[in-house]
Design a protein around this ligand. Structure first.
Ligand code: AMP
Ligand code: MG
Length: 391
């Protein structure tokens, strides 16, 4: 059995970015750049007024200046300028070449077309965004591996791009196993339970803009193996739920072995989710998640979620970590790392009740994990702990 740290290292080492595709800039939201964005132009591409006001020569600041023209945003004229003159100008407009300063209109007086400047603090170059002050032509705007946010969509569009190259998102299949499972909406006999893991994992994937295919199979070796075989052929990621332990009805591991899925790790010194399996073929990554719902989702976020990010070309794939003081005392056995469900207000973190690997009630209210390493046995109130934020 390996440690949590070793397991995460193995995920990092074995998962590579998928192939590249070209998408329109707005559709690139939440993808990762497969190329660095180079500026084909400077921004601004001309000296631009940052204010509604008047453009003039700074050396005329103490004299009355004649207003000779008006320049609005989008005005492309070349305007001749002379000493002792100014133009009315608006935010975003090109500052005529002979002027070096803009005064905001609130700090001026105008009468009979004569401008008087009342801005004591104004300096030469004031209120002008100089050409290239945000980015110069030829410079790197965003590095390969950057996640595309709404602001990045705006920035890349402002550089004039219509399409960009991003890493593909994986096609994902979920296969749930279990004779006891009944789809919600159907009658439940005693001894059966409603199948919930596929909906839960689907929701977690939907948040990553991935629409998985879903199959539920009974505990039968050949049926399980056939479903996995087909899923591996058609997807880059297969998430199995249940049947990965050592019970007589657990057929997942045997099926994976029969199909030649390379075993990267099986079983981790952790709680919940000790029986987690992770393996791969030449074209597909496979996680055998535990059937217990909270364990399945914990393993998804700790291992499968970063694997998806790595496939998508992220360089910062794991859940975001912060350190915070805990509000409760916590006792655990030595030997296994634990992912507890917690709630944080970003000043402190609180351990939630009902931490069982079968229990989703507390998980439903959690916004983070509290990660306690294998060695620790006692955490006192106010001690600093590692918090992993849920996406
Ligand atoms: P297993 O890992 O197959 O031994 O299942 C462990 C526990 O999780 C059992 O109590 C199962 O009934 C439950 N379980 C397995 N699969 C699911 C599922 N898809 N939805 C809800 N509970 C499940
Ligand atoms: Mg089972």
């Amino acid at each position: 059995m390996i440690s949590v740290e070793e397991a995460k290292e193995l995920i990092k080492e074995t998962v590579s970015p998928l192939t590249i595709k070209e998408v329109s800039v707005v559709d690139a939201l939440d993808y990762f750049l497969a190329e660095s964005i180079i500026a084909p132009l400077s921004i601004p591409s001309f000296n631009q007024s940052a204010m509604d006001g008047y453009a003039f020569c700074f050396e005329d600041i103490n004299q009355s200046i004649t207003i000779v023209d008006e320049v609005a945003a989008g005005d492309v004229r070349e305007i001749e300028t002379e000493k002792g003159t100014a133009v009315r100008i608006f935010t975003g407009a090109k500052v005529p070449a002979g002027y070096d300063t803009v005064v905001m209109q609130e700090l001026t007086e105008v009468s009979n077309n004569q401008l008087t400047i009342k801005d004591e603090g104004l300096k030469m170059g004031g209120n002008i965004r100089l050409k290239g002050s945000q980015i110069e032509v030829g410079d790197v705007g965003l590095e390969e591996g950057t996640k595309i946010t709404a602001a990045a969509v705006g920035f890349i569009s402002a550089l004039g791009y219509t399409t960009i190259k991003v890493y593909k998102s994986p096609r994902v299949a979920i296969i749930a196993t279990g004779n006891e499972l009944v789809k919600p909406g159907n009658e439940l006999k005693e001894g059966q339970i409603y199948e919930s893991n596929t909906f839960m994992l689907q929701a977690a994937l939907n948040k990553l803009k991935i629409e998985p295919t879903i199959t539920v199979v009974e505990d039968n070796q050949s049926v399980t193996q056939k479903a996995i075989e087909e899923a591996i052929q058609n997807n880059e990621l297969v998430l199995l739920s249940g049947g990965i332990s050592v019970g007589d009805y657990d057929y997942v591991k045997e099926s994976l072995d029969n199909l030649g899925v390379e075993d990267v790790f099986y079983k981790i010194k952790q709680k919940p989710g000790k029986p987690l399996f992770y393996g791969k073929t030449s074209s597909c990554y496979v996680f055998g998640l535990p059937g217990n719902p909270a364990a399945a989702l914990s393993c998804f976020y700790q291992y499968a979620y970063p694997a998806i990010n790595l496939m998508k070309g992220s360089t910062d794939a794991f859940l975001q970590k912060i350190k915070l003081p805990i509000t409760n005392q916590l006792k655990k056995k030595e030997g296994r790392s634990v992912f507890y469900k917690g709630f944080t207000d970003f000043k402190t973190v609180t351990l939630l009740e009902a931490q069982g690997s079968d229990m989703l009630k507390s998980f439903a209210l959690a916004n983070c994990f509290i990660y306690i390493p294998a060695k620790a046995t006692l955490i006192n109130e106010a001690e600093i702990v590692e918090v992993h934020l849920l996406p």
